[in-house]
Design a binder for this molecule. Structure first.
Ligand code: 2RA
Length: 340
C-alpha cells in the first residue's frame, strides 16, 4: 500500500522536477494528482511513463490525501496550504512562508531527519532555500567532527532559481548581445545578466544584506546549530541550472584538509571530486540532473588557526528544491506515516 500524493504548482520548474524525482525514485504512490491554477487546467505533465493532466487547485479537496508537495510562491502557499493541512494532508512546502515558524520543522534529511517528528503541530514541513540546502549538507558532517564557529559563503546562483522567465531572459538577452538590432528589454533582473553577474538576490534589508543572504544565515542556524555565525554574499550568474558556492569554514577544533576530505567522502548526499589538476573539480553544468551535492577544492585556510575552504555545487532545482522535498516525503513515510 502506498501514498496518495498531490504536487501543487505542477507546471513550474520545481513542480515538474518533483514529479520526475517521485517517479525516478519509485516513491510508493497509490495515486498522484498534479495541481495548478485554473488557467493551466488540463496541461499535460509527465510522471514517469505516465502523463497527468493538471487539476484545478482552487477547487481541490485534500481530504484523504497523505501528502502535498507545494511548489508555489508564498502567496499561493498561504492561500492553500492551511486547508490542505487541516484536511489531514501533510504539506511539504518549498516556499519561504513557514521556514522560520517555530512550529514548523525545516528539514534537510541528511542533516536533521529527527526534526520530522515536529510536523504535527501544523501538519506542515518546510523545505529550505536552495542555496542553504546544498551548503548544510556539506557543513553538517564537518560540524559533527570539529564544531563550526563561523562560515563565510559566496554563492554563484543560476537563473533557474528565479523561474522560467529568468531562463528565457538569459537566453534572449545573450542572443541580443550578438544581434545589436534586437534591443532586448530586461524584465526579470535590474541589470544585464548575459555575460554579467548581479550581486543582488531577493530584496535589500536595512543592514544592506539581501533577503537571500539573510535566509542562508537564519536557515543554517535552524537546521544545523544556532551558534554557527554565517555571513553570505549571494550573486546571480549567467548559468541556466546549478548553484555554486565558495565556502570558508572556521572550526573550534583543528581539522586538516585530508580528514575533512575523508569525512565528506563518507557523508550522505555528497560526492567529492577533488583533484589538483585541470578539470579536477565540479562546475554547475556538470551537476544538472544529479542528486548529489558535489564538493571540490578542499584546502586548508592558513590565514586562521582552524580553517577550511571548499567549493560546493548542486542542481538547485533538485537538491535545492524538488529532491529535498521528495526526500522529506520519503522520510515522513518511513518514520511517521509508515505506509508503502
Ligand atoms: C533563487 N534561492 O535562487 C532563490 C529562490 N529559488 O532565486
Amino acid at each position: 500500500m502506498g501514498y496518495r500524493v498531490a504536487v501543487v504548482g505542477a507546471t513550474g520548474n520545481v513542480g515538474r522536477e518533483m514529479l520526475n524525482i517521485l517517479a525516478e525514485r519509485q516513491f510508493p504512490v497509490d495515486e498522484i494528482v498534479a495541481l495548478a491554477s485554473r488557467r493551466s487546467l488540463g496541461t499535460e505533465i509527465t510522471f514517469g511513463d505516465k502523463t497527468l493532466k493538471t487539476k484545478d487547485l482552487d477547487t481541490f479537496d485534500f481530504t484523504g490525501w497523505d501528502m502535498a508537495l507545494f511548489a508555489v510562491g508564498s502567496e499561493a502557499t498561504k492561500k492553500y496550504a492551511p486547508a490542505a493541512a487541516k484536511a489531514g494532508c501533510v504539506v511539504i512546502d518549498n516556499s519561504s512562508l513557514y521556514r522560520y515558524d517555530n512550529e514548523v520543522p525545516l528539514i534537510v534529511p541528511e542533516v536533521n531527519p529527527e526534526d520530522v517528528h515536529g510536523y504535527s503541530k501544523k501538519n506542515i514541513i518546510a523545505n529550505p532555500n536552495c542555496s542553504t540546502a546544498q551548503m548544510v549538507v556539506a557543513l553538517k558532517p564537518l560540524h559533527d567532527r570539529a564544531k563550526i564557529k563561523r562560515v563565510v559563503v559566496s554563492t554563484y546562483q543560476s537563473v533557474s532559481g528565479s523561474g522560467k522567465e529568468a531562463i528565457d531572459e538569459l537566453w534572449d538577452q545573450t542572443k541580443s548581445v550578438y544581434n545589436p538590432t534586437d534591443n532586448y528589454e530586461a524584465k526579470v533582473y535590474p541589470k544585464q545578466i548575459a555575460f554579467n553577474v548581479i550581486p543582488h538576490i531577493d530584496v535589500f534589508l536595512e543592514d544592506g544584506s539581501t533577503k537571500e543572504e539573510w535566509k542562508m544565515v537564519a536557515e543554517t542556524k535552524k537546521i544545523v546549530d544556532p551558534s554557527i555565525k554565517v555571513t553570505a554574499t549571494c550573486v546571480r550568474v549567467p548559468v541556466f541550472v546549478g548553484h555554486a558556492e565558495s565556502i570558508n569554514i572556521e572550526f573550534e577544533d583543528h581539522l586538516d584538509e585530508a580528514e575533512a576530505r575523508d569525512i565528506l567522502r563518507e557523508a550522505p548526499g555528497i560526492m567529492v571530486i577533488d583533484k589538483r589538476e585541470d578539470g579536477g573539480y565540479v562546475t554547475p553544468v556538470e551537476c544538472v540532473g544529479d542528486f548529489a551535492t558535489f564538493i571540490s577544492r578542499i584546502r586548508q585556510d592558513s590565514t586562521i588557526d582552524n580553517g577550511i575552504n571548499l567549493w560546493c555545487v548542486s542542481d538547485n532545482l533538485r537538491k535545492g528544491a524538488a529532491l529535498n522535498a521528495v526526500q522529506i516525503a520519503e522520510l515522513l513515510g518511513r518514520e511517521v506515516l509508515k505506509k508503502g
